[in-house]
Design a protein around this ligand. Structure first.
Ligand SMILES: [Zn+2]
Length: 70
């Protein structure tokens, strides 16, 4: 038998992020990036992650908007 044992190492990383309009705070502050799995047999996209610097800032969350004015 000459079969070599293959290493099953895989790495998860993100691709280059891009900016989007956030539907929550309506600002151009949403960052999106592809979550990539780099495996010996190729690259696959696991998911697209999004993070808004306003809405997802746990230290300074945005105040809730009032929309019930008559
Ligand atoms: Zn937002």
């Amino acid at each position: 038998m000459s079969a070599r044992r293959q290493a099953m190492a895989a790495v998860v990383t993100t691709g280059t992020p891009w900016e989007l309009w956030c539907s929550g705070c309506r600002a151009f502050t949403l960052l999106a990036a592809e979550l990539l799995l780099l495996a010996p047999d190729g690259v696959s996209v696991l998911d697209v992650v999004q993070w808004c610097e306003v809405c997802d800032d746990l230290d300074h969350p945005p105040r809730p908007r009032r929309t019930d004015r008559a």
